[in-house]
Design a protein around this ligand. Structure first.
Ligand SMILES: [Zn+2]
Length: 152
């Protein structure tokens, strides 16, 4: 069940980064987490889904750039990093990737799950021009797989 509520952000430390969220993709995983299709998570009963986050860095110790993150999780001290269906995100800065110039946050956000799930394995398995790539299922990720394979 979706509800609107205030959440407490992760405790600030030097390895933390804070974003003003501008966009967040919607993935099938988000739907499964919301429906608890895979059972209760460590974040139940309060979970903010959304792991394809694009935003503007608003607080950091060192760098400053637009960024994205791809996770929500629980920290050893009990803090929680929530997902992107929110106004702000605060979590580990190691999860932040710089969005290349010329790519809008709106266009970048839905790419992150696809890059992790589709593009990275193609690179890892050495897909090159003229490689034959099979795609099973033409879902959102399947469509990205075809686009990535064609562009490689
Ligand atoms: Zn996803």
């Amino acid at each position: 069940m979706l509800v609107k509520k205030e959440i407490e952000l992760k405790t600030w430390d030097q390895d933390t980064m804070e974003l003003q969220i501008t966009h967040c993709g919607l993935c099938g995983i988000d739907q499964h987490v919301l429906n608890e299709d895979w059972g209760r998570t460590s974040l139940s009963p309060c979970c903010v889904v959304g792991h394809e986050i694009a935003g503007i860095v608003t607080r950091v110790e060192k760098l400053c750039h637009a960024g994205v993150t791809t996770t929500f999780n629980t920290w050893p001290n009990g803090d929680t990093t929530y997902g992107g269906f929110a106004k702000k995100w605060r979590g580990g800065r190691r999860y932040i990737q710089k969005i290349p110039k010329g790519l809008s946050n709106e266009d970048a956000a839905p790419l992150f799950c696809a890059v992790s799930c589709v593009y990275t394995p193609m690179v890892r398995w050495g897909i090159k021009p003229r490689s034959v790539v099979g795609v099973l299922g033409m879902s959102g990720l399947g469509n990205f797989a075809v686009l990535f394979a064609k562009a490689m």
